[in-house]
Design a protein around this ligand. Structure first.
Ligand SMILES: Nc1nc2c(c(=O)[nH]1)N[C@H]1C(S)=C(S)[C@@H](COP(=O)(O)OP(=O)(O)OC[C@H]3O[C@@H](n4cnc5c(=O)[nH]c(N)nc54)[C@H](O)[C@@H]3O)O[C@H]1N2
Ligand SMILES: Nc1nc2c(c(=O)[nH]1)N[C@H]1C(S)=C(S)[C@@H](COP(=O)(O)OP(=O)(O)OC[C@H]3O[C@@H](n4cnc5c(=O)[nH]c(N)nc54)[C@H](O)[C@@H]3O)O[C@H]1N2
Ligand SMILES: [Mo]
Length: 818
């Protein structure tokens, strides 16, 4: 039976409606382990969620040295007490029985447990050998969007100024490199213009390729509460699937995947044609509008209707919403970022806001969203292939300034070329020039495209692989050295969500066995390698998280992501605080660009931009002549068709993505009973027409094949657009018999068996959303429905006979309103 407290059945909980311009009411969500009451809790330890980029603030309940539950923090600006299903139940993964407890090294082909000296000794020995024989370019680092700021910053310093390698990137490359690039293209610099409080004020919300209901459920609760209050906003959803967002939208456009630029150009065409333009704003704050006007002149709704397979009238209605808005908040995520014209499309959303003057005022904001909880910090600290503090690698003054902060010679900061993006690091490993790859907090053997190739690269003799994780993941199983890491709740540090809110997460319990915080592992390596500054002092002078934070503050000083006004103490007790936070803005900054564009000036900007078609970096001379005063750049783009089109052999489009109940490769959520039961196995979504044409019914086993490989999944028939198959990418192999990946490609279940090695030219983000595929039946089902949730985008087209997703008593949480 459906209970109002079952937060698997009712992921968004109860409503606390509020009107335009009002304050979002508090609602404190709590879940405690079975048999534990609030009176049993010994301590509540402050933290925030690491299972998405929303930054839901919570307190961790501790008893007998174990985490026994969580409670939302009412005081926090982000969630005002609310928690989503992954927030409520995800902590149980910390105590999973198969956490790594000891380092491991490969001996005679097998991984065997060892002590830290042995493991680190091997890493250091190999590093030294490679440095002397081949130089710093032989060593690469592939990190995460899930560690803490202090850890990334330490890694960035040791990789860049210690080793001297250009090969340092994060899995943020797969995630939000397009967000960063789109912000750099339009505003000269990374940094989210908008704020979550814009939801409180907006009269129109537009979600582009963003399934917010499932991927930022607490932000969606805020939207739902507005939709049910006075003067609700109108909602536009652009997504080829019938997501929960789409079902609530006033206008839902379900375009053919890979056609976002055509659609956006048509929307811009309509806005320009009807002269819904803020000419003063355009004049004062932008360059490039004339080029955009010319570019979209021919892009009528009828033209886009053909390309996108969306009715022209619906495009007209969407343009009416956008053009009529007085307070427009747009969000953009993977439906835009993981495609061949990712940056070009994301930039068109910025353009919409620039030409309509919808920036820097309450309710007017763009959220070029992040995905991972700490992706913003990967970017800020330069662990993602940028220079720390949003410094510009093409600007010698910025490099010199960074060298000053680190007390090293400017030549010690690699800046001879753009920092190497992750896909290229793997290419170098494949070719053999990268000979050591240190992977921390990411599981590329499931999350990168074209897994057969990735397994091959990681498994090579010629590549020395270090994997730092909580579990013996698919990737760790291929490593030469495995380093057991402590995680959230077991270590202290800060991180920054998608709207620039910085949270402190404190250590609540001891990590299992010999596992150690990532910070300690990086510091240990730096000490053993004896990295030095220009005065022969230690390059890295800190040894605790708080000292690392203080060092980072000095690096961020005067840059857009200025943390100098923050301290651990200030982050304790109350709400998270939005950067920039400094002397001028001691309480943080709600919105950027309230008084014009701040960071696009040639002397201060993070980037001079790129050519959106080739990805070539713009040179400083060109940028200075285009944008001498540092205004926002309105950059037009021409629609180009997806690289891999459908064909007779592969007649369907394939797109991949997420479900509400799982996080990525499921190393955490797969070990949480409530979450795992809601979506225990992979499935594939097809429309009724497509299923009928293939003689497939709900629950049948199908094979999905592309030019790279195949997987098998049970069919869920949904209201997804025709011509498209969707597969969630969460399901790797650690919990399959043998745990080593498919014995033959036919047994695969990971979406990335089938995805393509290809990326957006400007952001270098891989294409997980468009490929061409063939679907065929492997076996008729026994009448059991597909293992897909029913209260999400995978809701069955015909609900009869498909039991509704529910969690039962173990999924109960309380909601306390004030
Ligand atoms: N539950 C859950 N939440 C998460 C995560 C998770 O794994 N699980 N991961 C976090 C991370 S790291 C990220 S990056 C975010 C991602 O969050 P989202 O971007 O919201 O999630 P996705 O499912 O990857 O993709 C969003 C939508 O893009 C649509 N789409 C596909 N192709 C196109 C297209 O061509 N155009 C348009 N307009 N839309 C298209 C898909 O139908 C899908 O519904 O979620 C974060 N939150
Ligand atoms: N087909 C397809 N593929 C995709 C996507 C898609 O939409 N479709 N989305 C892409 C996106 S947006 C993303 S973000 C990536 C995510 O891909 P991954 O980053 O590979 O996914 P995770 O499962 O989150 O991997 C994180 C790893 O870090 C470990 N970990 C967690 N906390 C810590 C910690 O504190 N320290 C250390 N050392 N380890 C820790 C976890 O156990 C886990 O193994 O996948 C990408 N791949
Ligand atoms: Mo992501």
């Amino acid at each position: 039976m459906d209970s109002p407290n079952d937060r698997i059945a009712r992921p968004w909980g109860g409503r606390t409606a509020y009107g335009a311009g009002g304050t979002w009411p508090t609602r404190v969500d709590t879940h405690l382990a079975e048999g534990v009451t609030a009176a049993d809790v010994e301590r509540w330890v402050q933290s925030a969620s690491v299972l998405h980029s929303n930054g839901d603030a919570m307190d961790i309940a501790v008893r007998d040295g174990r985490i026994v539950g969580v409670r939302g923090r009412a005081a926090d600006r982000v969630n005002r007490g609310r928690l989503g299903p992954k927030d409520l139940f995800g902590w149980q993964a910390n105590h999973a029985a198969d956490r790594l407890r000891s380092p491991m090294v490969r001996e005679g082909g097998r991984l065997v447990e060892c002590d830290w000296d042995t493991a680190m000794g091997r890493v250091v020995e190999r590093s030294r050998e490679l440095l002397s024989a081949h130089g710093p370019g032989a060593i690469g680092f592939y990190t995460s969007g899930q560690l803490f700021l202090e850890e990334y910053y330490t890694l960035a310093v040791l990789a860049r100024a210690g080793i001297g390698t250009n090969h340092l990137d994060g899995n943020t490359r797969l995630c939000t490199s397009t967000a960063a690039e789109a912000l750099k293209e339009s505003f000269g610099c990374d940094g989210q213009p908008g704020s979550y409080t814009d939801v409180d004020h907006a009269d129109t919300l537009a979600l582009f390729g963003h399934n917010m209901a499932e991927t930022q459920p607490v932000l969606w609760m805020r939207v739902l509460d507005r939709l049910e209050g006075e003067d609700p906003p109108r909602l536009l959803c652009v997504d080829p699937r019938p997501t929960v967002v789409a079902r609530r939208a006033d206008v839902h456009l379900a375009p053919r995947p890979g056609t976002n630029v055509a659609l956006l150009n048509a929307l811009l065409h309509e806005v320009v044609r009807s002269d819904r333009i803020d000419h003063d704003f355009v004049e004062s704050h932008t360059v490039g509008f004339e080029e955009l006007r010319k570019r979209v002149a021919e892009c009528t709704p009828a033209w886009a209707a053909d390309i996108c397979d969306v009715p022209a009238a619906a495009i007209g209605r969407a343009a009416e919403l956008l053009g009529g808005a007085e307070r427009l908040l747009s969000t953009v995520l993977q439906g835009v970022y993981q495609s061949h014209q990712a940056t070009a499309a994301a930039v068109q959303v910025n353009n919409l806001h620039l030409i309509r003057g919808m920036l820097g005022r309450p309710g007017c904001g763009v959220l070029q969203m992040n995905g991972q909880p700490t992706a913003q910090n990967t970017r800020e600290t330069g662990a993602d292939g940028d220079l720390p503090g949003f410094r510009n690698w093409q600007n010698d003054q910025h490099v010199a300034d960074l060298a000053r902060v680190w007390n090293v010679d400017p030549s010690a900061v690699p800046h001879y070329a753009p920092p190497t993006p992750a896909m290229q690091i793997f290419r170098y490993a494949e070719q053999g020039s990268v000979r050591m790859l240190w992977i921390s907090g990411t599981n590329p053997a499931v999350s990168l495209p074209e897994l057969a190739r990735i397994r091959d690269v990681l498994g090579r003799e010629s590549l020395f692989t270090v994997v730092q994780d909580l579990f013996l993941t698919e990737t760790a199983q291929l490593a030469d050295v495995v380093l057991p890491a402590a995680t959230w709740g077991e270590k202290t540090g800060t991180f920054t969500n998608a709207d620039r809110t910085v949270h402190l997460s404190e250590k609540a319990v001891e990590p299992p066995g010999a596992s150690r915080p990532d910070l300690d592992i990086f510091l240990d390596y730096a000490r053993r390698m004896d990295f030095r500054d220009r005065d022969d002092g230690p390059l890295i002078k800190w040894s605790t998280p708080e000292e690392a934070f203080e060092a980072w503050k000095r690096c961020s000083a005067g840059r857009p992501c200025d943390y100098t006004g923050l301290t651990y103490e200030r982050l304790r007790g109350g709400t998270g605080i939005q950067w920039p936070c400094n002397e001028d803005a001691p309480d943080g900054t709600e919105r950027l660009y309230t008084e014009g564009i701040d960071w696009a000036h040639p002397d201060v900007c993070e980037s001079y931009g790129k050519d959106l078609v080739t990805g070539a970096s713009v040179e400083v001379v060109e940028y200075r002549s285009l944008n001498p005063d540092g205004k926002a750049v309105v950059k037009a783009a021409e629609y180009l068709p997806p690289h891999e089109d459908t064909s007779e052999e592969y007649p369907l489009q394939l797109t991949t993505g997420r479900t509400l109940y799982h996080f990525h490769t499921r190393t955490k959520t797969g070990r949480v009973p409530q979450l795992n039961a809601a979506a225990p196995e992979v499935w594939a979504e097809l429309s009724p027409a497509e299923a009928a044409a293939l003689d497939l019914r709900e629950g049948d086993l199908a094979r999905i094949t592309t030019a790279r490989g195949s997987l098998q999944a049970r069919v869920r028939v949904t209201d997804i657009r025709d011509g498209l198959v969707f597969v969630p990418f969460h399901y790797g192999y650690w919990d399959t018999p043998g745990g080593h990946g498919p014995a033959s490609p036919d047994e695969g279940r990971a979406a990335n068996e089938t995805t393509v090695t290809d990326w957006d030219p400007a952001s270098k983000q891989p294409l997980f959303k468009t490929a061409a595929a063939r679907v065929e039946r492997v076996a008729r089902g026994d009448g059991t429905p597909a293992p897909a949730p029913t209260n999400t985008a995978s809701a069955p087209a015909v609900p009869d006979g498909v039991p509704a997703t529910a969690g039962g008593p173990r999924a109960h949480a309380t909601e306390e309103r004030s």
